[in-house]
Write a protein that binds this ligand. Structure first.
Ligand SMILES: Nc1nc2c(ncn2[C@@H]2O[C@H](COP(=O)(O)OP(=O)(O)OP(=O)(O)O)[C@@H](O)[C@H]2O)c(=O)[nH]1
Length: 204
C-alpha cells in the first residue's frame, strides 16, 4: 500500500460498491462503514428550500460522514454523494427497471451533469470538502439499443444515479463525457488523493 506508516485509520462511509472499488484500486487502505441515512428525505427538504445542487450533495455527504464519525473521533471518515442534474431537474437512482428505462429515455440526446460532493471528517467535525462536476452528453440512441442495454445490465443499473455504468457497455450511451473517470463512478480521485497526501495518509 502507498500509506504513510503514521497514517490515521481511514473509513469510507459508503455502501457503494463502485466507490469502494475505486478507492481500493487507487491503493488506499480503508475500512467500510455503511451509514443509515434517509437520503430521500434530505434531498426533498433541500429541493423544497431551493438549496443549490452542490450544497445538497455536501449536506448529504456530511450526513453520511457524521453518522460514522460520531463513534470514531480519531479516524478519518470519508463520505460522498452524487447528484444528477439535467436542465435543472434532479434525477435519483431508479427504483426498478421500468424507472431506469424512463430515466434513460429522459436523458437521451441531452446534456446532464454529475455533481459529486465529498467530505472528510475527523475529531467530530468536517476537515475537508470538495465538489466536482462531470459534464455528460448522451447520444440519441434508439429504443432497440436501450432495450438491449437494459437486458444486458439488468438490476446492476439500480445502484447508479444515472441508471448507467460508464465502466461497462454503458459507455455506448454517450456522445461525450467530461472530467475524471473516477468522478463519474462516484469518487473523484484527483482531489481526494491530493487531500490524503496533505493529511499525511498517503506518501507524498
Ligand atoms: N458503477 C457505477 N456506479 C455509478 C456510475 N455513476 C454513478 N454511480 C453510482 O451512483 C451512486 C450515486 O448515489 P449516491 O447516493 O451518491 O451513493 P449511494 O449509492 O447511495 O452510496 P452511499 O455512498 O452509501 O450513499 C453511487 O453509488 C455511484 O457510485 C457509473 O458510471 N458506474
Amino acid at each position: 500500500m502507498m500509506m504513510r506508516p503514521d497514517a490515521p485509520h481511514v473509513v469510507l462511509a459508503s455502501g457503494s460498491a463502485s466507490r469502494r472499488a475505486v478507492l481500493q484500486a487507487a491503493g488506499v487502505a480503508f475500512e467500510i462503514a455503511t451509514p443509515q441515512v434517509d437520503e430521500a428525505a434530505i434531498k426533498d427538504a433541500c429541493r423544497a428550500e431551493d438549496v443549490p445542487v452542490a450544497d445538497t450533495a455536501l449536506i448529504l455527504a456530511d450526513a453520511k460522514a457524521s453518522r460514522i464519525a460520531r463513534t470514531r473521533p480519531d479516524d478519518l471518515v470519508i463520505a460522498a454523494d452524487q447528484m444528477l442534474v439535467c436542465d435543472g431537474a434532479w434525477y435519483d437512482k431508479p427504483a426498478d427497471m421500468e424507472a431506469a428505462r424512463v430515466q434513460l429515455q429522459a436523458l437521451r440526446g441531452r446534456k446532464h451533469e454529475l455533481v459529486s460532493g465529498m467530505v472528510a471528517w475527523r475529531g467530530g467535525h468536517r476537515v475537508w470538502q470538495d465538489v466536482t462536476v462531470s459534464p455528460m452528453e448522451m447520444r440519441d440512441f434508439s429504443d432497440e439499443f436501450l432495450d438491449a442495454y437494459l437486458a444486458l445490465e439488468g438490476p446492476t443499473l439500480l445502484g447508479s444515479v444515472g441508471a448507467y455504468r460508464l465502466e461497462g457497455p454503458g459507455v455506448q450511451l454517450f456522445a461525450r463525457v467530461g472530467g475524471e473517470h473516477s468522478a463519474i463512478l462516484g469518487l473523484p480521485l484527483m482531489p481526494l488523493l491530493r487531500f490524503l497526501r496533505q493529511h499525511h495518509v498517503l506518501l507524498d
